[in-house]
Design a protein around this ligand. Structure first.
Ligand code: ADP
Ligand code: MG
Length: 255
């Protein structure tokens, strides 16, 4: 397996607090790579460094999604990283609450973030009908088609998360980064989200990095687990190995 993302020696300080302390990580193409760790371990900070919301103080972030020799993501703004095929689902769902689900779904279909148009297979700019079809298709992918005319603000947290996921998938990402995709969800919604992420994994070749607190989610989805504690990766391996690892238990209990 080849790597889609290689992170070396990433450090990030917040006025003296070492949020990330020499983080090294290799994400294999096609894997579901979970990053777990206690609250305050630096998980969100790490993801923010990958998507350009934060710039690491030092380190290397190389992405192999487009070029076999890799390209650096370090210091690029979020939209530039997004255009390379990296999408992110935030810890708090970010959808346009005043718009309907259908209108939300049309946005990523219509245009890339740089304002260039999407083209159809004939090389023409997408027509209104094609945009509407594509928007309906992605809503149907995440089981929200029947709610297409509802305002997004009135959705449950789980449904908002599904909508956000649909909007990410419309961008046809190679790498999908999810920050606690089931945070604040009831068990039934959590299980729906697990099923949805599994389905997406089967149908499309999307590598996923999942930051997750909920072990049930980690063990249901992940092919590899990295454990972050106090800004440093302290253990790494298959989910089953990590389950019984003393370092992991200590990080959680003592964290
Ligand atoms: P996690 O997502 O693992 O819970 P975070 O990455 O959110 O952890 O936070 C790691 C540490 O960095 C915490 O101690 C947090 O308080 C601190 N931190 C995160 N973001 C900021 C910021 N913007 N300014 C100052 N401190 C921050
Ligand atoms: Mg977090």
């Amino acid at each position: 397996m080849s790597s889609i993302l290689t992170v070396e020696g990433v450090n990030k300080n917040f006025s003296g607090l070492k949020a990330l302390d020499d983080v090294n990580l290799v994400v294999e193409e096609g894997s579901v790579h979970a990053i777990i760790g206690p609250n305050g371990a630096g998980k969100s900070t790490f993801l923010n460094c990958l998507v350009g919301r934060l710039v690491p103080d030092t380190g290397t972030v190389l992405y192999y999604g487009n070029k076999p020799e890799g390209e650096t993501l370090f210091g690029l703004p979020p939209h530039a990283i997004n255009q390379k095929g990296i999408s992110r689902v935030f810890q708090t769902p970010e959808v346009f609450e005043d718009l309907t689900l259908f209108e939300n779904a049309m946005i990523p279909v219509m245009a890339h973030l740089d304002g260039s148009y999407r083209f159809n297979s004939w090389g023409g700019v997408l027509s209104r009908g094609e945009i509407a079809d594509a928007a309906e298709h992605i809503l149907s992918d995440v089981g929200l088609l029947e709610k297409r005319n509802m305002h997004s603000g009135s959705l449950s947290r789980g449904d908002k998360r599904r909508l956000e996921l649909a909007m990410c998938l419309a961008q046809d990402p190679k790498l999908l980064l999810l920050d606690e995709p089931t945070a604040g969800m009831a068990r039934a919604d959590t299980n729906n989200t697990i099923d949805l992420l599994k389905k997406i994994g089967e149908e499309r070749k999307i590598t996923k990095v999942i930051i997750e607190h909920d072990m049930h989610v980690v063990f249901s989805l992940a092919t590899k687990v990295s454990v972050l504690a106090r800004g440093h990766i302290i253990a790494e391996g298959a989910p089953q190995e990590m389950k019984g690892d003393a370092r992991v238990q200590e990080a959680y209990l003592g964290g």
